[in-house]
Design a protein around this ligand. Sequence first.
Ligand SMILES: C[S@@+](CC[C@H](N)C(=O)[O-])C[C@H]1O[C@@H](n2cnc3c(N)ncnc32)[C@H](O)[C@@H]1O
Length: 272
Amino acid sequence: MEQSDPFAGGDVAYLRDVQYRDSTKLAARARLHAAYGRGDWFPWWATQVPWPGNPTVLEVGCGAGWAWAEAMAQIPPGLHLTLTDLSQGMLDEALARVTATNHYESVVGRVADAQDLPYDDDSFDLVVSNHMLYHLPDPARGVAELARVLRPDGVAAVVTNGEAHLRELWALQEDVFPGSPGADNYLRVFGLETGEPMLRAAFGSVELTRYPDQLRCTDPGDVLAFITSTPPADTAGPDAIDALRVAVDDAFARGGGVFEISKDVGLFICRP
Ligand SMILES: C[S@@+](CC[C@H](N)C(=O)[O-])C[C@H]1O[C@@H](n2cnc3c(N)ncnc32)[C@H](O)[C@@H]1O
């Protein structure tokens, strides 16, 4: 029988109070990408976004606000930023980090559910949603909300992962936790392949650009930290964690000390 997945498509209380209470678990995952990939994700993202002049910008599901600090050199000054997240802890971190940059014309924030945004229609020139829509119980409703608050000449920039993303890593998880909700669960909710039809239903034009990257990991501890930051390993007992450690170590041994992991990440640029 298929088990439910609090990470994908939503257990709102789990996401708000456990997974994203603060940025600790997300940072364990981000570390793998930063340490073993190109390491320029947010700067790359910022060079792809067609920044309108002097715009009002909304980020839905802003997390710890990393994009606005890490890609500052690629983001034009003069933006009026509104940051929103389901988690007060994440929002607080984001506001502190982004305000401290002194790069933006204004920075405000609000706890908000992506499925019910507390903003009027046609409010923003640019709406950003990075790695968030797959958490929603009803991602099509989240997409409709992005389109609703966007001005008629605005742009929505939406990031998610595709089917090949981290497949070698998730295969290790499946070996140790057979039948548990796998990574493809969240890709079924809103991945590059499943999300595109939802975006096309809400926007007149949708263009996808992929971010080419792959990971060449050399420290098993980093892979273990990644897997144990999400269900089911985040609540697993010591025996299961030991089994996972053995599976990770075996994967590194098979690669002569290196574990290669595929990435499949993309950015949709959407216009009404
Ligand atoms: C994977 S993180 C991405 C954070 C950030 N966009 C980034 O790229 O670093 C997903 C974020 O979406 C937020 N989130 C999850 N469900 C949400 C919802 N229903 N409404 C708003 N934010 C939500 C989480 O709290 C978390 O901060």
